[in-house]
Design a protein around this ligand. Structure first.
Ligand SMILES: Nc1ncnc2c1ncn2[C@@H]1O[C@H](COP(=O)(O)OP(=O)(O)O)[C@@H](O)[C@H]1O
Ligand SMILES: [Mg+2]
Length: 272
C-alpha cells in the first residue's frame, strides 16, 4: 500500500476498438506490480474480454458467472503468474456485449464488498461511448485515453474526450499515444489533439507517455504473454516500464477514499 493508503482507479478507454487498450492495461498492470505496487486489473470489455488471454491466465470463472448470480466477485478473481489480481471478463457472450446500467451498477457495488486493498485498480474498458462505459469512466480517479495516429482513432478519441468533459464534467484525462514511431511523434500527436480540445472544448488534457510500435507485442500475444514477460528488453517493454513510473509519480487523487469503497461512492454520485 502506498503511504496514503488509497486505491487509485484508472480507466483505460479509446473510443475505437483495436487501438491497444488491453495491451496498455495489461502491461501497465504488470509493470506497476513489478514496481512493488499491488494491482488489480478489471476486464470490463464485456464483448471481447481478452485480458486473461493477453496474460496467459486460466480463469475458471468470469464476469458472466458473477452477473448470472452463480458466483461472487471474490470467487471469480484470480492471481496471475505476474502477481496481478485479475477480474476476468467474459468473451463471446452476446448478452455481455451490451452491459446495461443494472449490470454495471451491480459490478461496481460488488467492489465494495471486496476486503482486499490494492494500490491501483486498472479498468480495461469496452470500446465506444455507451452510458455504461462513461459511467465506469466517471467512477475512476483518472482516465487514460489510448490513441493511434490514424484519422478514425483520433476522431474517436476526441469524441470520447468531448463527451467525458462536456456531458460528464470529468477531468484528469491523460493521453497515451500508442503504436507511434517515437516518443517525440507521440508527443506531437498529443499536441495536435490537445489543441483541438483547447479550441473547441475550452479545456486541455494531459500528456502521459507514448508506446512505440513494436512487433514484439504481437509476438508476445501469440505466446499468451505480456510483452514485458516475453521480451523484457524490447522497446515496448522499456516504454511500458516508463509508463508505469510516470503513472506511479502522479499525485494520489485526493477524492479517493480508502479501499475499493470509493468505486461505489463515486458511482452513486454520477448516476444519481
Ligand atoms: N504498440 C504496439 N505495437 C504493435 N502492436 C500493437 C501495439 N499495441 C497494440 N498492438 C496490437 O494491436 C492489436 C489490438 O490491441 P488491443 O490491445 O487488443 O486493442 P483494444 O483492446 O483497444 O481492442 C493487438 O493485436 C495488439 O497486439
Ligand atoms: Mg481490448
Amino acid at each position: 500500500m502506498d503511504k496514503t493508503g488509497q486505491t487509485q482507479v484508472i480507466g483505460i478507454a479509446s473510443g475505437k476498438g483495436g487501438v491497444g487498450k488491453t495491451t496498455v492495461s495489461v502491461n501497465l498492470a504488470v509493470a506497476l506490480q513489478a514496481l512493488g505496487k499491488r494491482v488489480m486489473l478489471f476486464d470490463a470489455d464485456m464483448g471481447l474480454a481478452n485480458a486473461q488471454i493477453a496474460m496467459g491466465c486460466r480463469c475458471p470463472y468470469n464476469l458472466s458467472d458473477f452477473l448470472s448470480g452463480d458466483k461472487t466477485l471474490k470467487e471469480i478473481i484470480v492471481t496471475t503468474r505476474q502477481g496481478v489480481r485479475l477480474v476476468p471478463g467474459s468473451s463471446g457472450r452476446q448478452e455481455m456485449a451490451a452491459l446495461d446500467d443494472m449490470g454495471a451498477a451491480r459490478i461496481v457495488q460488488a467492489f465494495s464488498s471486496l476486503e482486499e486493498s490494492v494500490d491501483y485498480l486498472i479498468v480495461d474498458m469496452a470500446a465506444g461511448i455507451s452510458p455504461s462505459v462513461l459511467s465506469f469512466m466517471a467512477a475512476c480517479n483518472r482516465r487514460f485515453v489510448v490513441v493511434r495516429d490514424d484519422p478514425s482513432s483520433i476522431a474517436d478519441a476526441y469524441g470520447t474526450i468531448k463527451v467525458m468533459i462536456q456531458d460528464y464534467g470529468l477531468d484528469e484525462i491523460y493521453l497515451i499515444p500508442n503504436g507511434v514511431g517515437s516518443a517525440q511523434e507521440g508527443f506531437q500527436l498529443f499536441e495536435r489533439i490537445n489543441k483541438v480540445c483547447a479550441r473547441f472544448l475550452n479545456r486541455s488534457i494531459r500528456y502521459l507517455d507514448s508506446i512505440e510500435n513494436d512487433e514484439m507485442i504481437l509476438m508476445a500475444h501469440k505466446k499468451y504473454q505480456p510483452v514485458l514477460e516475453f521480451a523484457p528488453t524490447s522497446a515496448a517493454s522499456r516504454d511500458f516500464r516508463r509508463l508505469a513510473k510516470v503513472t506511479a509519480q502522479l499525485p494520489p487523487d485526493l477524492e479517493a477514499s480508502g479501499g475499493l469503497q470509493f468505486f461505489v461512492e463515486r458511482w452513486v454520485k454520477t448516476i444519481s
